[in-house]
Design a protein around this ligand. Structure first.
Ligand code: NAD
Length: 379
């Protein structure tokens, strides 16, 4: 079982460690500043949210070095310019120089915010992420995307700035609320669909073991292996296509075009990201079936895993019955922006094929609007 990874994302090295327990602050500091004496001198800013504060304090301990802890409000609403400014100001107050260290301790929101702030503070400072959600571990903490939401659009502004060091401490997961488990599990299933039948079988085993609870050692080992495979897959893809300019990284958006539309149409935060992605994957299967890209048995297998994991896969979605609102949200999605404005012709879908998945542009689909309408309404 691989628990340590060394990636290079567009010239940025990124070291990822999967652990049972939390790292200590000393371990983090010495990884960044191995020279004796230096670690004592350099100020550090740790960022967490109101739900990860106790975890952050566990990691930071009572160290009397110059470590400042900034606690932000938890939740997607915090992914704003204001939060980035708060982090930057805290960094100045803490006395961080260009080689100062930012440590983000939390889920994807804390990671995206801390990463964004670190990437622009003095044109780029040092960054460590300690991921505390399943979604963070299998997705958000890896691969360098940082960002904030703006004008009601998710991740509208951001940078590419991979963390030099990423810890994935499984101990963090056992305080995670159910909704957040489900959110991360959807991304895990997504990665397994993209990667291989072997990984998908492992996810099925995990779902089966989960029925007996998440405390058994066999469940935890299986989860660790799933996380490890996820990290390996995403790392490989981002190394091959760091800025999403090629054909590889877009595949990670499987379920996202439909999922983001659902998330936005329901109102940001009403449906969790993962639940929306799970629903989106079911729609992608339906689209793939209709286009003859997804073999029927593959579509059934994916949908069965989603249903067994407790996801809503039906259409219309019980929380968003208006197909128009979904279509509108889909067209406004910033991923559709290509400098030429919005339009259904620019929509892209990732559709499972026999082995992995492939990109389909709405403009390639005959009678695209009508077909999409059907997929979204379930008619
Ligand atoms: N950068 C990327 O590549 C990337 C990829 C996917 C998603 N994202 C972003 O990640 C965000 C979603 O990530 P998320 O689901 O981790 O959200 P999150 O950071 O908001 O965490 C979810 C909730 O769990 C709480 N929490 C975190 N760790 C906990 C723990 N160990 N115990 C108890 N509660 C805990 C948080 O306070 C929050 O309330 C979105 O903003 C999304 O855009 C980024």
């Amino acid at each position: 079982l691989k628990t340590e990874f060394d990636f290079t994302f567009a010239d940025y090295p990124s070291h990822v460690l999967i652990r049972d327990e939390f790292p200590s602050v000393n371990e983090i500091i010495h990884a960044f500043y191995p020279a004796a004496g230096l670690a004592e001198e350099l100020p550090i800013l740790a960022v967490c949210d109101t739900n990860t504060e106790s975890l952050a304090r566990k990691i930071l301990g009572d160290d009397n070095r110059k470590i400042r802890l900034l606690v932000l409000e938890s939740g997607e609403k915090s992914k704003s310019w204001e939060s980035v400014e708060t982090i930057l100001r805290a960094a100045v107050e803490a006395g961080l120089g260009r080689d100062g260290l930012f440590i983000g301790i939390g889920g994807g929101v804390t990671g995206d915010l801390t990463g964004f702030a670190a990437s622009i503070y003095m044109r780029g400072s040092r960054l460590c992420l300690v991921s505390t959600t399943l979604l963070g571990m299998v997705d958000a903490s890896l691969g360098g995307k940082t960002g904030i939401d703006l004008s009601g659009l998710k991740n509208l502004a951001g940078t590419f700035y991979p963390a030099e060091l990423v810890y994935l401490p499984l101990a963090a997961l056992y305080t995670l609320p159910e909704r957040e488990w489900k959110s991360g599990m959807a991304e895990l299933i997504k990665t397994a669909v993209l990667d291989s039948g072997e990984f998908l079988d492992l996810v099925k085993k995990l779902t089966f073991l989960e029925e007996e609870g998440r405390n058994s050692s066999v469940y935890r080992e299986c989860l660790k292996e799933c996380i490890s495979r996820s990290v390996a897959y995403k790392g490989r893809v981002v190394e091959a296509d760091p800025k999403e300019t090629g054909t590889m990284r877009p595949l990670l958006n499987l379920g996202h075009t439909f999922g983001h539309a659902l998330e936005e149409a329901a109102g940001l935060g009403v449906i969790s990201h993962g639940e929306a992605v799970a629903w989106g994957m079911a729609r992608a299967c339906k689209l793939g079936l209709t286009l003859g890209i997804t073999p029927p048995e593959r579509a059934s297998e994916i949908i069965e895993i989603l249903v067994n994991s407790g996801y809503e896969t039906r259409t219309p979605h019980p929380l968003v019955k208006s197909v128009d609102s979904l279509m509108n949200a889909m067209m406004a999605d910033k991923k559709q922006r290509s400098g030429h404005g919005f339009g259904v012709a620019k929509l892209r879908f990732i559709v499972p094929d026999a082995e992995s998945a492939r990109v389909v542009s709405a403009s390639d689909i005959l009678s695209g609007d009508t077909l999409l309408y059907k997929i979204l309404s379930g008619e």
